[in-house]
Structure formats: structure tokens, C-alpha cells
Design a binder for this molecule. Structure first.
Ligand SMILES: *[C@@H]1O[C@H](CO)[C@@H](O)[C@H](O)[C@H]1NC(C)=O
Ligand SMILES: *[C@@H]1O[C@H](CO)[C@@H](O)[C@H](O)[C@H]1NC(C)=O
Ligand SMILES: *[C@@H]1O[C@H](CO)[C@@H](O)[C@H](O)[C@H]1NC(C)=O
Length: 473
């Protein structure tokens, strides 16, 4: 109260002590204002929570099923919900092998065109964790950071977020709430059965064949499969429209970025990959794993898929041609003129850069040449710096290939220029090597924890019953 008498204006003449008090008062003002804002926010959340609960209760009582209640918005929601489940059912029925079915709770979902799909297929105990096999905790944190990074970069009314756990993989309730708070709908992906003798030897890759099952999600036009070591750092709305990428429906199967593989351009990388979904294609690929003239012990799902679709397998001249066209200049000029005149691609007018590299022959193949922007592999920041640097400003998806975000020290700002170690190529020993983008992982993870804190608040305010779910922390 006495503080009021202190001079409001700060000037040099004010003694240090006064200035300190003055600052403190300002801070106090801000604090009370912030407290008031938080209080109002909590109030708002409680009201929303109560409304939601009432709606759900009415639903339980069968209110939503009464077809004559035409005016209420809840019945409109109900019709939409049923239609999405219906589409999922049709898609699963088309996939004749029930053990390859992906499952998720469709009841609460609105219809969408596409989905971002992340799968957690493996995780060992903390003790066995090493550089090659990560812990379940690492993957969960990876999925949390990825989920948080998608916010603002996708249109949730067109694109779902599915986090699929491999059958048998269990999560604690708390982690489920965490993951849901960053937008994931949780579901299960089936084990993809292959013969023991064909299992990859590299431990982390033993369960990754499961990722192939995403091809069967034909309730969507396309799905972007993103590994838990990827992060969205730019807008994905354009690529998630699907038609903007698959312009030759007869030939196109998948869209992938070329891998910087052992110091040359080879293979498409499957860490972040856009699938044109198809039940029949899923089944054909599954059949290939049973075909002894084709199947062998591939080193990973990436190796396997590059043999199923060999567009980037052998021809390095072709691969180099494609990469040479992955420039801002060629991708911006290609957006309006498009490819062949006859096709429907004329109607595709893109804003900004074309996600697809304008190499006509490649575009008409099975593997659509997706720009580096959609799978920027962080080992290139060390092993192909010039290329990395030229493409960094347009990058939309980071893929932590050599070192994962969680393997790098926790920091929230970039490693200062000049501090980055000079010799990383062979010696990965220096803790900063391959960690130039890792702060973005830690920032996203922090964002996820904030979403979780908000969600916990909602849950505890909206329903006292729900409190018991949070207890077992
Ligand atoms: C997969 O194999 C089964 C059994 O041989 C066959 O009935 C089915 O038509 C095949 N599916 C495709 C898409 O090739
Ligand atoms: C790629 O090259 C290998 C070895 O030269 C050959 O066996 C294979 O048939 C080629 N594959 C394709 C799809 O061209
Ligand atoms: C490899 O790609 C180049 C460039 O597109 C092409 O001219 C050549 O015929 C291809 N080679 C093979 C063996 O397909």
C-alpha cells in the first residue's frame, strides 16, 4: 500500500532500492493479473467440462439415438460419428486378412481425408536400453513431442492423428492421458507375422514390419506415417490433401524422400512417408512376404519396401537427377503448370512450394519423389552440410536419424555457432555431434507437458470421479 507513493517513473536519480521495489510492484501487479486470468481460465474449462459431461450422460441414456430430436446439435454429431465408423468398417471388410486390421475408437471421430500415423512397435526395459534399442519411455516422449509439434501444422478437421501401439504393448493411464492431450487418438496395430528366418537382425528393426499395415487404412485417402523420432517444423496442410501428391493414381503407391545413404542418394527413407492407402495393395505386400522367390532377411522395413517398390534401388543417375530438381526454383515454377496437360493435375493449384519434386518420370512411378523438406534427415547436417543448409529454411519435417532428440543434451536454444564440433563424421563421441536440431525436440516435449498439465486440470475440475484415474502416478 505504501508502494503507491513511490515514484512511478523510473529515472537514474531513483536509488537502487527504490528501483528494486518499483520493479517488484510491477511484478506483483502482473502476478495478480495472471492469477485472475488463470482463475477465469479454470472457470471456463470447468464450464466446458460440465457441458461435455452432460452431453455424454445424455448419450448414455440413449438420447443421441432418438432420430426425431432433429434440432439438437448432439444428434448431428451422432450421425457424423456413425458415418466415420461405417467408413472404417467398410475399409476393414475390404482387407480380407483380419489379423492385419488396425483398430482405434472411431465413435468419437469426425470424418477426415487423411491421417498422421505414428506407431510404437517396440520398447525394452530401461536396463537393456542402449543406442540400438531405445526404451518405451523414449518412444513415448518422442510421440509426445511429435504430437505437440503437429499442433498448428495440420488441419484437425481434415487430418486425424493416430498413435498405434503394437499389439501387446501396454501403457500406463497417465501416459495415455499425456498422449491424448497432444491430440493423438490411441489405437492398436497388429503384429505383422513374418517367418523367424526373415526377421531383421538389428534389434530395433525386429518389430518394424508392423508399420507396413498402415497401407490398409483405406478409410483415408492417404496417411503420413511418421516415426517417433520425427518432428513437424512447418505447415503440412498442403501435403495432407493427398491429391496434391498422388497425381497419377494408376501408378503411384507411396511418396517418399530419397535417403542420404552411405554418402550417396539411394533408396527412399521410411521414417516419414506418405502412403496412398489401399486394402488390396496391403494384401499384395503381405503376400510378398510369403513368397519365397521374393522374401529374404531384409535388414529393415525400409530395405524391404525399397525392394517392393524398386524405383530408387539401383539407378544412381536417376536418383541424382531427382535430387538436383529439389530446389525452391523448380518447385515453385512447377506448382501451376504441373505435369502432363491431359490429367486432372491441372486443377491442382498449390500455394507455395510443391511437395513433389518436378521430375516427370519419377512422378509417374510407384514412388512419388517427395521433397527433402518432408524428411530432412539430421545426419546430413554433418555428412552433407551444404545440401542440409540449402534446404533447412524450407524444411517441414525433421527426422532425427543418427542421434535421436532424447540422446542429445536437454537444451531449449540452438547450439551457439562456432561451438558445434568440427570433426563429427566418424567420431560420434562428442555429445554435441548430430544434435544441431535437438533443442526443437526438447521444446516440443515441453509444449506437450504443458498440454498435459492443462488436461489434468480439466479432468480434475470437470469430474471428481475422474480424479481416481490420475491417482496412480
Ligand atoms: C493374396 O494371397 C491369397 C492367398 O494365396 C489370395 O487369395 C489373394 O488373392 C492374394 N491377394 C492379392 C491382393 O494378391
Ligand atoms: C538392381 O541391381 C541388382 C544388382 O545389379 C540386380 O540384381 C537387380 O535386379 C536390380 N533391380 C532392379 C529393380 O533393377
Ligand atoms: C537410369 O536413369 C537414367 C536417367 O533417368 C536413364 O537414362 C537410364 O536409362 C536409367 N538406367 C536404367 C538401367 O534404367
Amino acid at each position: 500500500m505504501t508502494m503507491k507513493s513511490y515514484p512511478k517513473q523510473r529515472n537514474r536519480a531513483v536509488p537502487q532500492l527504490f528501483r528494486g521495489l518499483n520493479e517488484q510492484r510491477n511484478r506483483n501487479d502482473r502476478t495478480t493479473r495472471r492469477q485472475r486470468t488463470i482463475f477465469l481460465l479454470i472457470l471456463l474449462i470447468s464450464v466446458i467440462g460440465m457441458t461435455l459431461r452432460n452431453y455424454l450422460f445424455l448419450g448414455d441414456m440413449g438420447f443421441g439415438d432418438i432420430s426425431s430430436s432433429s434440432s439438437s446439435s448432439s444428434s448431428i454429431l451422432h450421425i457424423d460419428r456413425r458415418s466415420w465408423c461405417e467408413r472404417v468398417r467398410v475399409a476393414r471388410d475390404a482387407l480380407q486378412l483380419p489379423f492385419l486390421h488396425i483398430k482405434y475408437p472411431c465413435e468419437t471421430m469426425e470424418p477426415a481425408t487423411s491421417a498422421i500415423v505414428c506407431m510404437i512397435t517396440d520398447g525394452t526395459t530401461e536396463e537393456k536400453a542402449s543406442r540400438v534399442v531405445f526404451t518405451a519411455r523414449d518412444y513415448i516422449n518422442g510421440a509426445l513431442a511429435l504430437g505437440a509439434s503437429l499442433k498448428g501444422n495440420i488441419d484437425p478437421s481434415r487430418t486425424h492423428q493416430l498413435l498405434l501401439l503394437r499389439e501387446g504393448f501396454e501403457l500406463e493411464t497417465d501416459d495415455v492421458i499425456r498422449l491424448e492431450s497432444v491430440g493423438w487418438t490411441m489405437g492398436t496395430a497388429p503384429d505383422f507375422p513374418i517367418q523367424q528366418k526373415h526377421l531383421p537382425t538389428f534389434p530395433r528393426y525386429k518389430t518394424t514390419y508392423t508399420k507396413v499395415t498402415a497401407i490398409g487404412l483405406s478409410e483415408y485417402k492417404c496417411v503420413m506415417l511418421m516415426d517417433a523420432d520425427t518432428l513437424a517444423v512447418g505447415d503440412l496442410r498442403e501435403v495432407m490433401k493427398c491429391d496434391t501428391v498422388f497425381r497419377n493414381p494408376k501408378n503411384n503407391r507411396v511418396a517418399g524422400t530419397i535417403d542420404w545413404y552411405q554418402m550417396r542418394w539411394k533408396l527412399f527413407n521410411t521414417g516419414s512417408i506418405l502412403w496412398k492407402t489401399s486394402s488390396t495393395e496391403m494384401e499384395r505386400v503381405f503376400n510378398l512376404t510369403k513368397d519365397n522367390s521374393f522374401m529374404k532377411r531384409y535388414s529393415s522395413d525400409q530395405d524391404f519396401l525399397n525392394n517392393v517398390y524398386p524405383d530408387r534401388l539401383n539407378n544412381s543417375t536417376f536418383n541424382n537427377e531427382i535430387v538436383a530438381l529439389d530446389t525452391v526454383e523448380s518447385r515453385s515454377s512447377s506448382t501451376s503448370s504441373g505435369s502432363s496437360g491431359k490429367s486432372s493435375s491441372n486443377s491442382i493449384i498449390l500455394k507455395g512450394l510443391d511437395p513433389v519434386i518436378p521430375h516427370i518420370e519419377a512422378q509417374n512411378g510407384a514412388v512419388v519423389p517427395l521433397s527433402w523438406d518432408y524428411n530432412a534427415q539430421t545426419h546430413a547436417e554433418v555428412q552433407n552440410f551444404k545440401f542440409w543448409d540449402e534446404h533447412r529454411s524450407t524444411t517441414k519435417i525433421l527426422h532425427f536419424t543418427e542421434k535421436k532428440g532424447w540422446q542429445c543434451e536437454k537444451r531449449y536454444d540452438p547450439i551457439p555457432k562456432g561451438t558445434y564440433p568440427q570433426r563429427c563424421k566418424r567420431k560420434v563421441r562428442d555429445p554435441l555431434c548430430f544434435c544441431g536440431e535437438a533443442h526443437l525436440y526438447w521444446i516440443a516435449l515441453q509444449k506437450a507437458e504443458k498440454s498435459y498439465a492443462m488436461k489434468s486440470l480439466t479432468l480434475s475440475k470437470a469430474s471428481s470421479v475422474d480424479k481416481s484415474r490420475l491417482k496412480d502416478k
